[in-house]
Design a protein around this ligand. Structure first.
Ligand code: PHE
Length: 449
């Protein structure tokens, strides 16, 4: 039996909450509710609009098709441009990164709409790779997506004749809801290439008498020696970068990884708050990618990392939603801080969360259902008041064969306490929408008032 827990924790803080309700018209969030935002944007510009069958994103019109899953909640984030926002920790980190990689050609790609070909195929990502699905990627329509990583721009930079570059941009992924995941985040990609001369070698390729096979150490054609030298340069670059940002006192380790566009591949993990955190993915670029762009006689490395994750470590920021807040308590703390300054964020004591469970029967043909569908819907209805959503139960009824899932939703604002009544209205809207959009049957509706 799944039990409905109506805001179990909020009652303890009732006094505080009631006081807040009297003082504020809209006690829970400083930003207007989503539907108002959509209308507001429609009225003032055609950069973004949503109607039943059509929509405009970044000023370009699209027609909804069976791939469309981008939401009106998400699209306004594109315009927020946190990377150039004054006193924003991500802008500070972006500036510090540019300073570190100052001899790399810097590219800004403002438009996050790219083709699935550039985002996946050009990087040799297999056709059946899970990241391509609508469960993981935001599709505008079949042929347009929001970029899921900055690696997409490898093809654009290489086509323009650059093989040593840096690019920092916003990226989008359908994902879990918790303190470190947000559907929009920022990534940095760096890419460097070497000739045999630059590596003080006579050749970067295997000799004629060496077997051209892929091993854990190298690709088919590049020699182990050239690969090892580039690996060393790559790892030194990353270690120096992380030291440049976080100082010397951090513990790190290299672990082997897999990316379809690099081989060998690695991840750098750093020890933070008692956990090993993956912070950078990297590797030796697949030779095919270079050849596809007419680059020969070179061996390259590529690296990519999320800015939020590094900023959370660098400034001790506890919750990814804070990057999106308009709360002056947050920004005031970064006023006067330079890109190279160390600073420890002074956490505003968190309010207690409101916790509600929602369980529902999925429709009979639920193979395409993904928990990401539910997470996205929670974001759309609750916005940043949704802190964490956990799938706590997933079972199939032995007699009827019906599948039921139960999600626990933690509602909490970074800015003000929430009332139980207010959270219940949002929770109710999520229930209505999940029934309407996915044909599920909610099992624990809130009692009618
Ligand atoms: N694009 C990868 C990601 O988003 C990171 C990466 C970049 C890995 C470059 C290898 C090389 O996870």
């Amino acid at each position: 039996m799944r039990i409905f827990l109506a805001c179990s924790n909020s009652c303890k803080f009732l006094g505080h909450i009631l006081k807040c309700e009297r003082n504020l018209m809209f006690p829970c969030a400083t930003s207007p509710p989503l539907r108002q935002q959509v209308r507001y944007l429609n009225r003032t510009e055609t950069w973004f609009s949503f109607t039943e069958n059509d929509f405009v994103v970044c000023g370009k019109p699209y027609k909804k098709d069976e791939w469309t899953n981008v939401t009106p909640y998400l699209v306004p984030r594109i315009k927020q441009n946190l990377l150039i926002k004054k006193n924003h920790p991500l802008a500070l980190l972006s500036e510090a990164t540019k300073r570190f990689f100052d001899d790399y050609k810097f590219f800004e790609f403002n438009d996050p709409v790219v083709s699935p070909h550039d985002n996946f195929d050009s990087l040799l990502i297999p056709k059946n790779h899970v990241s391509r699905g609508t469960s993981d990627t935001y599709y505008l329509d079949k042929n347009h997506i929001l970029r899921t990583h900055t690696s997409v721009h490898q093809t654009h930079c290489l086509s323009a004749g650059h093989d040593k570059f840096l690019c920092i941009a916003d990226v989008y992924r359908r994902d879990a809801i918790d303190k470190t995941h947000y559907p929009c985040f920022h990534q940095c990609e760096a890419f460097d290439s070497f000739t045999a001369d630059q590596l003080s070698l006579s050749n970067i390729y295997k000799n004629k008498d060496q077997e051209k096979i892929r091993t854990p150490k190298s690709q088919e054609n590049y020699s182990d020696e050239a690969t090892a030298k580039v690996e060393q340069h790559l790892k030194k670059t990353i270690e120096n970068y992380v030291r440049f940002l976080l100082g010397k006192d951090f513990e790190f380790k290299w672990v082997d990884a897999y990316f379809p566009f690099t081989h060998p591949s690695w991840e750098l993990e750093i020890f933070f708050n008692g956990n090993w955190l993956e912070v950078v993915g990297c590797g030796i670029v697949e030779e095919k990618i270079l050849l596809d762009h007419n680059v020969s006689n070179k061996i390259s490395w590529a690296l990519g990392f999320g800015l939020e994750r590094i900023a959370m470590v660098r400034y001790a920021i506890p919750d990814v939603r804070l990057f999106w807040t308009d709360d002056t308590n947050f920004f005031h703390q970064f006023t006067g801080i330079g890109p190279m300054d160390q600073y420890t964020f002074k956490e505003i004591p968190p309010f207690n969360p409101c916790i509600n469970d929602m369980s529902f029967w999925l429709p009979q043909n639920s193979e395409n259902w993904s928990p990401n569908d539910f997470y996205d819907l929670c974001r759309s209805e609750a916005g940043d008041l949704c802190e964490y959503v956990e799938l706590i139960d997933d079972y199939v009824h032995p007699k009827t064969n019906r599948r039921s899932q139960c999600y626990r939703i933690f509602y909490r604002s970074c800015q003000s306490p929430l009332t139980k009544a207010f959270v219940n209205t949002i929770h109710d809207k999520i229930a209505q929408q999940v029934e309407k959009q996915y044909n599920v049957e909610v099992r624990n509706k809130l009692p009618l008032k």
